[in-house]
Each structure stands twice: as C-alpha cells, then as structure tokens.
Design a protein around this ligand. Sequence first.
Ligand SMILES: NC(=O)c1ccc[n+]([C@@H]2O[C@H](COP(=O)([O-])OP(=O)(O)OC[C@H]3O[C@@H](n4cnc5c(N)ncnc54)[C@H](OP(=O)(O)O)[C@@H]3O)[C@@H](O)[C@H]2O)c1
Length: 359
Amino acid sequence: MGPFLVITLYPGESEMIKTGIIGASGYTGAELIRLLYHHPMVEISLITSRQYAGEPLSACYPGLGHLGLTFEDHNDEGVLDQAELFFTALPHKASAGIVAKLVAKGKRVIDLSADFRFSEVSVYEEHYEEHPHPELFKEAVYGLTELYGEEVKGAKIVANPGCYPTCSIIPLYPLLKEGLISTNGIIIDAKSGVSGAGRGASQTTHFCEANESIKAYKVAAHRHTPEIEEHLSKASGSPVKVVFTPHLVPMSRGMLATIYATALNGVGRDKVEKTWRDFYNDTPFVEVTPGETLPDTAFVRGTNRCMIAVRENPSTGHLILLSVIDNLAKGASSQAVQNMNKMMGWPQDKGLKVPVLFP
Ligand SMILES: NC(=O)c1ccc[n+]([C@@H]2O[C@H](COP(=O)([O-])OP(=O)(O)OC[C@H]3O[C@@H](n4cnc5c(N)ncnc54)[C@H](OP(=O)(O)O)[C@@H]3O)[C@@H](O)[C@H]2O)c1
C-alpha cells in the first residue's frame, strides 16, 4: 500500500473565507497582509487606503508588491461587500464609524484600535474622546485570546488589545487571580520599538530623534493604563491601580515590560512559574523562558509569542516579572489572526506557526 494523506477538517474549515483589511497602508495593516497571505483558510479579498486607493500594494510597500493586491477606498460603493470578515487597522475614532458600517452589513470585525476595548463607554470618553457609536459596546469582546477566547468565538466585534496591555496583563493576570501578589503598588516599566507609533512620521519617531536615545513618554498619563487596570481588576475581583511608564527605544519592533509586584505569603519563583504554566496550559503562545535565560525581544520578533520570566528580590519582598512580545504581532496583528481563528472555530495557531525572525 502506498503512502496516504490524513486531512483533519475543523468546524468551518471546509472553505476559504474572504477577509478585508481596512487601513492596510499602515504598519499593523502590512503585518496583517504578511500573516494572512500565508494563512491556509483565508483569501485577502480587500485592502484599503485613502492615500493609495487605486494603486498597487507595491506603491506603498514595494517588498509586498509580488502579492498582486491593489488598494481600494473603503468609502466607495460596494467595497465593504467584498469580504466576510474584516480587520480595521485605523486610528481610534476613525475606526468606530467603519466598524459600525460593517456591523450594520452583518460583517464580523476585529478592530485593532482602542475604540471598543473598554466595558464602559464612560472610561473610553474619560481617556479618549466622545464615542461616536456607544450603542456597539455591548457587541464587543476584549480579544486577549488567552483570557477571553470563549467569548471571542461568538463575538460580532473583537476589540484587539493594546500592545502594552497585552505584554503587561499576560504575566500579571494569573498571579492576581490566584492571590499570589498584592493588588497595591504594582509598577510596570515598559519599552516599545518605534513601530508602536505607526507609520506616520513625527518629530518623536524621526530617526535623528529616536536613534541612539531612550526616553519615557506620557508618564502617569498613558491611555493604556485604564485598559490594563480593567483586566487586572477583573482578575483580582477588586480594583487594581498600577503605575505604568512607557519608554521609546531605538528598535523597529519589540516590547519589554519589567514589572515590580509585592509577593504575598512568601510566594517565590517556583510557585509563580507553576501558576503560569497551569494557567496558560491551553495556549501555544505563552511560554515561561526556560532555565536562567531572561526574555529578550529578539526571541519573539515576528511571532505571536509572549515570553515571561520571574525573579525574586528577597530583601524587599518583590517579584520582578519580565515579559516580551512583538508589538506589531502579539501586540496587534498576529493576535488579531489568533482571534479570527477563535471566531471561525479553527485551531488558534492556524497560520501562526511562524518561526522567529532572527537575527
Ligand atoms: N503599531 C502598533 O504597534 C500597534 C499595536 C497595537 C495596536 N495598534 C493600533 O492599531 C491601529 C493602527 O495602527 P498602525 O500602527 O498600523 O497605524 P498607522 O501605521 O499610522 O496606519 C494607520 C492606517 O489608518 C489609515 N487612516 C489614518 N487615518 C484615517 C482616517 N481618519 N480614516 C480612515 N483611515 C485612516 C491610514 O491609511 P491612509 O491614510 O492611507 O488611508 C493607515 O492605513 C491604531 O489604532 C493603533 O493604536 C497599533
């Protein structure tokens, strides 16, 4: 008997689905194109940009020109009918209006902006601005897949988390849920590569300003603080406030959070690592860094992985948690693909088993 092939079909896997990327000229849009192009169950049937409408993808990203895609304008008649599932990769507020149009057409949407990330409209409006579609908040699920995967399955709108919240919530959530650390005095000191600011040039992200330099920004005032606090509070069952200080570092992509928390009842490294391993048992994307190696952004570049580690500081009773992700991948576009996989009932790592981009 000759060799034979076993094909496993998952629910909904019998045919390809058409996906659209709104805001495909930006960095997270380009990362979505890179990932979806290789996804076995997906066809990219629409990419949009206002600036590049009518032009080939190569006009904006020459390195992706061979994919043969052409930008359209999302405002043109019939454009939003060209796909079944959409990724909106737009600035906040611009996103909400398009998400509303898509939902009205019965489409499912994964929104990479902050527009649907909070459970309360009032929190969004306190930290962002007036929301144009507050009625849609009830349709949205926070898409930190490892925590809310079951809710993501049936969602019409998935609010893809921010990059800093993803990097911070993953290590902290299980420890607060299990009561291993104090809810008081958590400090998150985080660093991001410059692509976190998007493709549009600004003085802060200009090469001469960002290269050979590291700086804090939005100290005690970053909009990701309430997003982090909402989910840490859910984990602990009581309000959690954090000190969060973001920094810009001279690299293109990558994010490191160094987190200081007070251990309760003598909890140490072994207990924390066991808690993480048990909690993240079902996901291939969260890994406790093996042995004495500490997480490094180079270990996760271009992947959907989050690597975490803990060390003890016995003289003060602190635990020092370290967490790395790629801000454009697990912090944005590959997590969006993970959410799509959940929504479609596919294995969550479908199309995401990409090796690290190294060096
Ligand atoms: N960069 C990251 O690491 C990261 C991580 C997590 C989440 N996010 C979020 O993901 C979203 C996209 O981020 P990005 O980094 O990809 O930004 P970006 O590089 O600045 O791209 C933004 C995209 O939105 C389009 N756009 C801008 N203003 C618009 C408007 N008023 N109406 C319609 N389209 C508009 C732009 O296209 P045209 O001007 O060509 O139309 C472009 O394609 C943002 O909400 C961001 O906060 C980003």
